[in-house]
Design a protein around this ligand. Structure first.
Ligand SMILES: NC(=O)C1=CN([C@@H]2O[C@H](COP(=O)(O)OP(=O)(O)OC[C@H]3O[C@@H](n4cnc5c(N)ncnc54)[C@H](OP(=O)(O)O)[C@@H]3O)[C@@H](O)[C@H]2O)C=CC1
Ligand SMILES: CC(C)(CO)C(=O)C(=O)O
Length: 303
């Protein structure tokens, strides 16, 4: 399978490297600065599942240089989605299905509208990873889960094949036949977790020490569960309780990628996550007061 990574940052470079390590054919479609950095440094991963360094990368800066692709792993930030659309169009014309790993949900209808419903798979990742100042990938969680599945009936066979390919790599990749519900479940978790850690500028352990702050997480999860219901996606009480348990048991220093970005002074995905939830709520005619408050508190730090 010919795989292209669009967004060779913390998430994309990690999964791309793991697939490369497994002997898969991986091409990294990158912009100039990241291309120079990867040429000079190579692709470094530091991870509890084994470090990796690769110097012979297939790097391209223009999608038209790629003759054929079967799969694109799309792992840019929500605010960079628009900029990837011309390259994605080219790659879909050349045979690719798109597997987006962005947090949130607003990108799915945009991709489906721009590229056609048959081209866009469902997917997301559970991993904590970041780039250091040299562009090396620092993976700090035990989990490195990549969940994917069909959003269109025509994708069933492709997802079976993809499961086979992913099983060759040192990642916990699996297919879900209920991918839309699973994406909503992750959206519920990340909107609450990124919202409170970023607004409070604190990791989860410190938030847990303040019951009234931890309670905000719980309320934000409930609002997101209600939002999913408004879109006819049923998140169970058990899933909600599991999210709370995860927040209760994450290591003290764990935090969201959005909070890591706030600490580094980088642009925040608040519009794509909390903003996206508020737009969906508005369309459905429901209120999300806690998410709206978190949005307002994070917004000044967005840039
Ligand atoms: N980090 C984490 O632990 C997790 C993140 N996520 C989600 O995954 C997504 C990606 O996050 P993350 O990997 O942290 O982000 P990063 O900022 O580390 O990586 C994004 C990469 O996308 C590249 N990019 C942007 N636009 C383009 C383009 N037009 N063509 C090619 N490359 C482009 C950027 O390159 P350039 O250097 O050129 O700007 C950058 O390297 C987000 O939605 C995030 O919420 C999900 C789970 C965990
Ligand atoms: C919550 C976590 C770490 C899980 O993958 C995540 O998606 C993020 O912080 O962006």
């Amino acid at each position: 399978m010919k795989i292209v990574i669009v967004g060779a940052g913390a998430v994309g470079a990690y999964f791309g490297a793991r697939l490369e390590e497994a002997g898969q054919h991986v091409t990294f479609l990158v912009r100039k600065t990241r291309a120079r950095q990867l040429e000079e440094e190579g692709l470094h991963i530091t991870s509890p599942h084994g470090n990796y360094l690769f110097n012979q990368l297939n790097l391209v800066e223009d999608a038209t240089q790629i003759e054929h692709a079967d799969l694109v792993i799309l792992s840019v930030k929500g605010y960079h989605l628009e900029g990837t659309l011309p390259a994605l169009r080219t790659l879909v014309e050349r045979g690719a299905k798109i597997l987006p790993l962005l947090n949130g949900l607003e990108h799915i209808p945009i991709l489906q509208e721009q590229l056609g419903e048959e081209a866009v798979l469902g997917g997301f990742a559970y991993i904590i990873t970041t780039l250091n100042e040299k562009g090396h990938v620092i993976h700090s969680s035990q989990n490195h889960d990549l969940i994917f599945g069909p959003l269109h009936p025509s994708q069933t066979g492709f997802c079976e094949e993809l499961e086979q390919v992913m099983s060759t790599a040192v990642i916990d990749a699996r297919q879900s036949k209920q991918i839309l519900m699973r994406m909503w479940n992750k959206y519920m978790f990340i909107t609450a977790f990124s919202g409170v850690t970023t607004a409070a500028n604190l990791p989860i352990g410190t938030i847990r020490q303040s019951p009234s702050t931890f309670n905000l997480l719980h309320k934000a999860l409930i609002e997101m569960k209600n939002l999913a219901n408004a879109y006819h996606v049923s998140i169970s009480e058990e899933q909600l309780n599991q999210a709370v348990t995860n927040l209760q048991t994450l290591p003290h220093e764990s935090t969201s990628s959005m909070h890591q970005d706030r600490r580094k002074g980088l642009t925040l995905e608040v519009e794509h996550l909390q903003g996206g939830a508020l737009r969906l709520a508005n369309k459905a005619g429901i209120q999300l007061p806690v998410i709206e408050t978190l949005y307002g508190l994070i917004k000044p730090f967005e840039q």
